[in-house]
Design a protein around this ligand. Structure first.
Ligand code: HEM
Length: 476
């Protein structure tokens, strides 16, 4: 029996576990058939942004809804996604007011939330520093950090309970800290940076209602002092780390901060200290929780699906035969990669990509007035039944089977698409593949009995606040 695919009750339950031959449908929030009134949608959005979508939203191509004064346009097929994010980039490059308000106190004019000249300038400087061609240089730091996680799990023994979400967050934060700041400085300051960022995240609103209503930018957003403290804390640590780095110049090792300090724009000018701090904050923020959530979801999905877990273990045992992987092994682990790709399809860490129209434009023949909110929602498009067969089923094989129905690159967008595509795509994929390969070689993780896992979207999509699982060494 497949886990029931019926859409009723509040959620899709993760139990019972699928066996070797069955389809596994992991949990998703209830999808309504008849749209509730706007005020109740806003209440739902504040609790969990994923619960506002009805059955029709998944199947649609292009939809628009007016929420008070603001037009909301949702692009849900490759042709309109391409038009919005590629062809119309000039007009639709600005992040949504919600995103900008949430992150501006922390990221300043950093790449992630800037636009027009500032974005173009920073993108040119920052993207090459974390580009795919540099990942080989970062891989030894990744592997060393993952090995530490493996040793930590090994020390805990059979049946030990872990919070897989917290462990993956710790792992990816360590990796990004050590790659940004260099091994030693990263090690020394990781805990402080992580604490500052998670304090910050706790204080920012999930849904900025004022912006959704189209109210003006200058209206205060009532978060004031609570957010000031973690920002000051993060800025102070980053400033200290940069000063230390300049004093020690950790030479001979690839580090992002070294790249930022040495970078020159087309006029030969270096980045200002504030710009370096902003971009270091961007890379930390953009690069750690996304990968952590991906890995946590992958552990959950594998724990529920015998077939995929067996396939993964078979690949790791055959290709690696007990040794630790290196960067060179990554292309030889196609099933491991497919598990990550399928996880990113079902639970895209950034489930909504939203832009504000900077001028009047049109998409798919529909006029889009200046100020509209244009959204590409990977959560919807990755489960659009027109684009995917059995869209709610976890099936890594769909990324390997040349006959399976795969949409083009504008239909699968966990890293976004167009000129603003994730600058750390190769970094994130390599990190996720190596982490899963090293850890799944030695461990199986089982969901703790009685745990109800549900996807919750805040800034990123996560399996709730924690993910209790038990550790089972494979070769003891
Ligand atoms: C599985 C891991 C990751 C996922 C799913 C992911 C996803 C994304 C997405 C969807 C965006 C665009 C957001 C938007 O348009 O609103 C983005 C932007 C970005 N990401 Fe990633 N990311 C991941 C890992 C990383 C890593 C590891 C780094 C850095 C080392 C990174 C650096 C960035 C940067 C700098 C941007 C801003 C690009 C720009 O605006 O020009 N990401 N990422």
């Amino acid at each position: 029996m497949t886990v029931s695919a019926q859409i009723s009750g509040d959620t899709q339950k993760a139990e019972p576990t699928a066996t070797k031959t069955e389809d596994f449908v992991p949990p998703y929030p209830f999808r309504y058939e008849k749209m509730p009134p706007v005020w109740s949608l806003i209440g739902m959005a504040k609790r969990n942004f994923l619960s506002i979508w009805g059955v029709d939203d998944f199947q649609s191509r292009l939809r628009s809804k007016k929420i008070f004064t603001r037009e909301l346009v949702i692009c849900n097929r490759p042709d309109v996604v391409r038009e919005a994010f590629q062809t119309n980039h000039d007009v639709l490059q600005r992040k949504s007011p919600q995103m900008r308000h949430a992150l501006q106190p922390l990221l300043g004019d950093g790449l992630f939330i800037s636009d027009t000249e500032t974005w173009a300038k920073r993108r040119k400087v920052v993207a090459p520093i974390i580009h795919g061609s540099r990942v080989k240089g970062f891989a030894p730091i990744m592997i060393e950090t993952i090995e530490e996680q493996r040793a930590d799990w090994a020390s805990q023994g059979e049946g030990a309970e872990v919070d897989a979400l917290a462990d993956m967050a710790h792992l990816t934060a360590e990796i990004i800290c050590r790659t940004i700041f260099g091994r030693q400085l990263g090690k020394d300051h990781a805990a402080e940076v992580v604490q500052g960022f998670s304090d910050y995240q706790r204080h920012i609103d999930q849904v900025d209602i004022l912006s959704l209503f189209g109210l003006p930018e200058w209206l205060p957003r009532f978060r004031g002092r609570a957010i000031k403290k973690p920002v000051e804390r993060i800025m102070t640590v980053l400033d200290k780390i940069i000063a230390n780095y300049e004093a020690q110049k950790e030479k001979g090792e690839a580090s992002v901060i070294g790249g930022l300090l040495e970078a020159r724009d087309e006029n030969g000018e270096p980045l200002s200290r504030e710009a370096i701090i902003s971009e270091a904050a961007v890379i930390f923020m953009a690069g750690h929780e996304t990968t952590a959530n991906t890995l946590a979801w992958a552990w959950f999905l594998l724990s529920q699906c015998d077939k995929s877990r067996t396939n993964l273990q078979a690949e790791l045992d055959t290709v690696l035969a007990g040794r630790s992987p290196t960067f060179q092994d990554v292309p030889n682990l196609p099933y491991t990669k497919a598990v990550i790709e399928e996880t990113l399809r079902l639970y895209p860490p950034v489930p909504i990509l939203a832009r504000e129209a900077m001028a009047d434009t049109s998409i798919g023949g529909k006029s889009v007035p200046k100020g509209s909110l244009v959204m590409v929602v990977p959560w919807l498009m990755h489960r659009n039944p027109v684009l995917w067969s059995k869209p709610d089923v976890f099936d890594p094989g769909r990324f390997l089977n040349p006959k399976s129905k795969k949409p083009n690159k504008y239909g699968y967008v966990p890293f976004s698409i167009g000129p603003r595509i994730c600058a750390g795509l190769q970094f994130g994929m390599t990190e996720a593949i190596l982490s899963l390969a090293i850890l799944a070689q030695d461990f199986e993780l089982k969901l703790k009995d009685g745990t109800d896992v549900q996807p919750v979207a805040r800034l990123t999509l996560r399996p709730g606040e924690n993910l209790p699982m038990t550790l089972h060494p494979r070769h003891s």
